[in-house]
Design a protein around this ligand. Sequence first.
Ligand code: NAD
Length: 490
Amino acid sequence: MFENEKENGQDLKPLSISKEWKLLYHRHGRPGLEEGIKFKGLCKYCEIQSLCSLPKPEIGVWRCEHYRAKVWRKSDFYQNVIRQLEKAQEVNNFDRDICKIMAETMNELVVHFPVKMDDGHVKMFTGYRVQHNNALGPFKGGFRFHPMVDIDEVRALATLMTWKTAIANIPFGGAKGGLQIDPADHSPTEIEKIARRFTFALGSNIGPDYDIPAPDVNTNPQIMAWIQDTYMSTIAPDERNRCIHVVTGKPIESGGSAGREKATGQGVIFLIEKWAQDHGFKMNGATYIVQGFGNVGSWAARLMKMNGSKLIAVEDITGAIRNKNGIDPDDLAQHVKEHGGIVDYPKAQSINHEVFFSTKADILIPAALENSITGNTAELLNVKLVAEGANGPTDEEGDKILQRKKIHVIPDILCNSGGVIVSYFEWLQNKRSEFWELDEIDSKLKKIIIGAYERVRNAAEKYKVDWRTAAQIVAISRLEMVYKERGIFP
Ligand code: NAD
């Protein structure tokens, strides 16, 4: 089913894909696709009949959104992360040997496992767990369920987690997991079996004081509860209750923390508010646009509303919408709950991808996937601030254009750290058998994330660099110090 990159002797690498084809990445047959419908057909990549209409590829077979998304997103994510590290090294002259360590992941696990589907047939799945670094504490990072997950993406995300925990000054390292699956293709019973079987396959490569997963794209508290239960069921009975912190982002009843669900979005908002304060910018009446309306995007949008700011455009995998008079994020969140996406939201107009990115607003919150702010989309942007809720939303070219256009960026490794900070609180509460109230969680989160903001801002001023490089410098400084104190074994 999954062909290799060559087909009929034709090379299907990115160069063979037309430019506009790469831009059209909306899901099958959803609004947002351009005019000029030319082709309908069977996707050779995912083998599902697509309703999507797209220009014919220049060469090779036609493939659907899955393949395009792969070409589009994969392009350079991991290389970008490493180049960012090199850039920080050049600015601050970090120890080259330590940067050599930082440029590699420590452990990479690939598992293939079978699961019996509802109709009785057996399907094979591929999952990854990459542990980048644990010098500062146990490995920590989410599990992503997505058809395009691959080892390079998980490597990049694991590496970003190491920087994120170092900047926030919390005692964790960095890791990430991914499962190559489109959750939309599976029933809840199948998702449960797949999540449990994945956990079983990972075995003791995760653990409450060793490597602690959490939710990410397409995973949620329910999936965390299944992972927790599976892990606890595979260890000795007298150990089980000492292991409830094997995952964070659990439902409250299973040991989750107040405020974890909204934590990433809440962190984004605390930082936007601080940025506004620093720049004499008024939140009341400010306009914002959000890409991705899942956990991070929808919470960020709803919390922005409390400042009197106005949401005017949203894009998710099902399409893009705009209403210059304002979109009520709570109402839209309800619509998404009922319809699975923003598509067909009746109180806004459907727009395409370029119109979404061209919408004039004060703030853009990218909260979908990596590499969405590229050379093309950055040129379209007409905002003052990009607050990166997603991991790696801006590629290298996009970053240069944002700098040229003097659009301020609160970089991902600072901006979306609210999630892992409250995960740390959840982990601590579990270890101590405590439960903290929401106001305590929020005030502790604010203190930690604003502290991180100030460290990054100070580094940007000291080294006269952009905030992404400054954030990287803060992270590597902390790791370098620890490596120098401890030395390299043996
Ligand atoms: P989610 O699965 O809840 O939501 C993802 C959203 O992105 C959905 O609305 C989906 O429709 C949209 N999306 C996916 N592909 C898209 C595309 N090609 N174009 C437009 N929209 C698209 O995931 P999430 O947990 O909200 O994570 C979003 C981002 O935030 C990811 O980059 C994730 O790594 C990052 N993040 C999440 C957390 C967390 O606590 N969940 C913490 C830190 C960072």
